[in-house]
Design a protein around this ligand. Structure first.
Ligand code: 4AD
Ligand code: MG
Length: 431
């Protein structure tokens, strides 16, 4: 008897099989028992009649939710089931039966309670398809770059300097010296790009963000790429191809999960079909004013402004050429207007906010030192980074993507904490 997963069951119609999993839910008409068996790959209904096997019926009837077990049965075609089949139960071995009720009910519970039980909540409902979609998005990101000959690399997590400003640094004691958890791998990726040409990574990023919005966590996996000999425009074209690839690949590979989540897949697909919008920061300010927002040149856009732009364009929007004061020290100035940075943020539609931040990088020692000073940063800890401009400096560009925000947009969940197995927020370090 082959041991199979639920996702493989439809290939075994008419066969006797073994499945290993947990009891997700149970319902009985008195005469027929329906066990929902989950194994991580899916959920299958196992059916048993009282008269088929009275001993087995009695044993299965008293199982509590989340009992782990091995079940044996015959796979039968059933067009009503989303997986196209069910299991006629013939035997069952209990591995572990809980003595307490499983705390996560299959009806609504408060977000606080669910977050406190995140380690158990992830077994239920929308959490499983969301985490499976997360896997597909990570895979698509890596595959996109692998196919294009980029080299996967890593940046350190323990660092001596800031990348994205000093206000969101987590500081720690490194043998008596201050050190910081990395906010982005960018500076190190610039160095590896000068060694390897074009590089990418997905790694942890930490931000001591005081914001309690639905888009901010204090720890997230940043997905970054850095390209020697790419200018700003070439980088935007790559970012656009990347986002389109991730979204369309996930739609294709995770159709069943997206259906389980009731995601409007046609809307999602339509958002990435056409070329993305590209708008100058100044024009975005004017447009927002026309749309009734109280914003002025030099302001950062908040959630309402980003949502408005998303509604207006109905697709992702690059906001380009921010005033240089609004952005970090490493961005190259636009030669045609030195008050602006050769940078862009990519805003997702449907209110999911900024999913990518990127720029062309400063490539002369002189400009970099002057921009570090303007940012009020000490030059000495950045000496290694300045060195990259002393030995064969080349034009180069890169970007960082918040994959959790991309996955939130793809899945349609309302808060990015739902797409992270164990989210870290300003008020949450447990479980
Ligand atoms: O825009 P950010 O700060 O850019 C950088 O870190 C650059 N060094 C990246 C680069 O050029 N290599 O962060 C990049 C992206 C944002 O667009 C956003 O999607 C996400 O990371 N992000 C967050 N996601 C969740 N929680 C937070 N607190 C985030 N902060 C940024
Ligand atoms: Mg940003």
């Amino acid at each position: 008897m082959p041991t199979i997963t639920v996702s493989e069951a439809h290939q075994h119609i008419g066969q006797q099989v073994t499945l290993q999993g947990w009891l997700y839910n149970k319902r009985s008409s008195g005469k027929i028992l329906f066990l929902q068996v989950r194994d991580g790959s899916g959920v299958i209904q196992a059916v048993l009649g009282a008269t088929d096997n009275p001993d087995l019926f009695a044993k299965a009837s008293q199982l509590s939710r989340e009992t782990s077990f091995i079940v044996h049965g015959l796979v039968k075609e059933d067009q009503r089931a989303s997986i196209g089949c069910e299991l006629l139960l013939t035997d069952l071995e209990i591995l572990h039966q809980p003595t307490e009720d499983f705390p996560i009910e299959l009806k609504e519970q408060t977000p606080g309670f669910l977050m406190d039980h995140r380690h158990l909540w992830i077994r239920t409902g929308r959490q499983v398809p969301v985490l499976r979609i997360r896997d597909a998005a990570f895979h698509a990101f890596r595959e996109f770059f692998h196919q294009r000959g980029f080299v996967a690399t890593e940046a350190p997590i323990l660092t001596g300097t800031s990348v994205e400003g000093t206000t969101t640094l987590f500081e720690l004691d490194y043998f008596g010296e201050p050190a910081y958890l990395g906010q982005s791998g960018q500076l190190y990726l610039e160095a590896t790009a000068m060694a390897l040409g074009r590089v990418y990574w997905i790694g942890p990023a930490f931000r001591a963000e005081k914001s309690k919005t639905r888009k901010h966590v204090t720890e997230f996996w940043i997905a970054e790429a850095e390209m020697a000999f790419y200018d700003h425009k070439a980088s935007l074209d790559l970012q656009e191809d990347l986002v389109r690839y991730i979204v369309t690949t996930v739609i294709e590979e995770k159709a069943a999960e997206l259906k389980e989540l009731d995601r409007d897949v046609e809307l999602l697909r339509s958002e990435v079909t056409e070329p993305f919008a590209r708008i100058d920061y100044g024009d975005a300010v004017t447009l927002l004013q026309e749309l009734g927002h109280d914003v002025a040149f030099g302001d950062d856009f908040g959630a309402p402004q980003e949502a408005s732009l998303g509604d207006h364009f109905g697709k992702p929007i690059f906001i380009e050429r921010f005033p240089i004061e609004m952005k970090p020290f490493y961005m190259k100035r636009d030669p045609s207007d030195r008050s602006r940075a050769l940078a862009a943020d990519l805003i997702a539609p449907e209110g999911y906010g900024e999913i990518i931040g990127g720029s062309q990088r400063v490539d002369t020692e002189e400009e970099l030192v002057s921009q570090l000073r303007e940012a009020g940063l000490a030059v000495e800890p950045y000496q290694w980074y300045i060195d990259l401009r002393k030995f064969g400096s080349v034009p180069h560009s890169g970007f960082g993507m918040g994959l959790a925000r991309v996955i939130a947009w793809i899945t349609g969940v309302s808060h990015i904490r739902e797409v992270i197995p164990f989210p870290r927020q300003i008020n949450r370090l447990y479980p």
